[in-house]
Write a protein that binds this ligand. Structure first.
Ligand SMILES: Nc1ncnc2c1ncn2[C@@H]1O[C@H](COP(=O)(O)OP(=O)(O)O)[C@@H](O)[C@H]1O
Ligand SMILES: [Mg+2]
Length: 179
């Protein structure tokens, strides 16, 4: 880390000396933008999450999100492919490069089913829940809590493997109680 170079432009970005081309917008939140990008070297698709850090607290939260991704190597926690912090006019923008999960979030999968007046069969529901629990267990085993678990923060692979993401609110879970 530390030697990351981030050159943001409208159509391309360089993260950790690798170039990525903008394909399309995926999502937009209060202070974050998620775009689909393609790696120039490996031809793979990634989700590029850009977080506008308006103050030190937001910068720290983005740093936490990076560190939390790095802390886990688990089939149910989304890994981080790279990151960079872009400093501009005293403000910073965090760029998190994540593997692109084309099915999207659990929320969007359920919305699509609902729009077709369909539903997820029980066996698939149990499989998804099992994945969520396995990811949470990995997080809890290291003494952390996710603190923002909801269907928009769970991605679903083609085989219904759940991936916990949006780790910026994570914090130590254990508190010491003195009697
Ligand atoms: N790696 C990814 N692959 C596919 N879609 C993603 C990926 N990361 C984020 N998204 C989409 O972007 C949305 C917002 O991402 P998230 O990290 O939760 O941002 P925020 O912090 O603004 O909530 C997700 O709910 C999902 O729909
Ligand atoms: Mg989210």
């Amino acid at each position: 880390m530390g030697q990351a170079l981030c050159v943001c432009s409208r159509s391309a970005i360089t993260i950790e000396n690798k170039r990525y081309y903008f394909i399309q917008k995926l999502d937009e939140g209060g202070f974050s933008y998620v775009d689909l990008v393609e790696g120039a070297q490996d031809g793979r698709f990634y989700a590029l999450k850009r977080i506008l850090c308006h103050d030190r607290e937001a910068r720290q939260e983005a740093q936490t999100e990076v560190e939390m991704h790095r802390l886990f190597s688990h089939p149910n926690v989304l890994p981080l492919a790279g990151h960079a912090f872009l400093e501009r006019g005293g403000k910073s923008e965090a760029c998190l490069l994540l593997p692109y999960i084309s099915r999207g979030s659990l929320w969007s999968v359920l919305e699509k089913l609902r729009d077709k007046s369909s539903f997820m069969p029980e066996s698939r529901v149990l499989h998804v829940l099992h994945g969520i629990c396995a990811g949470l267990k990995a997080i809890h085993d290291k003494g952390y809590a996710h603190r923002d678990l909801k269907p928009t923060n769970v991605l679903l692979e083609e085989d219904d493997r759940a991936l916990l993401m949006d780790l910026g609110s994570m914090n130590r879970a254990r508190i010491e109680v003195r009697g």
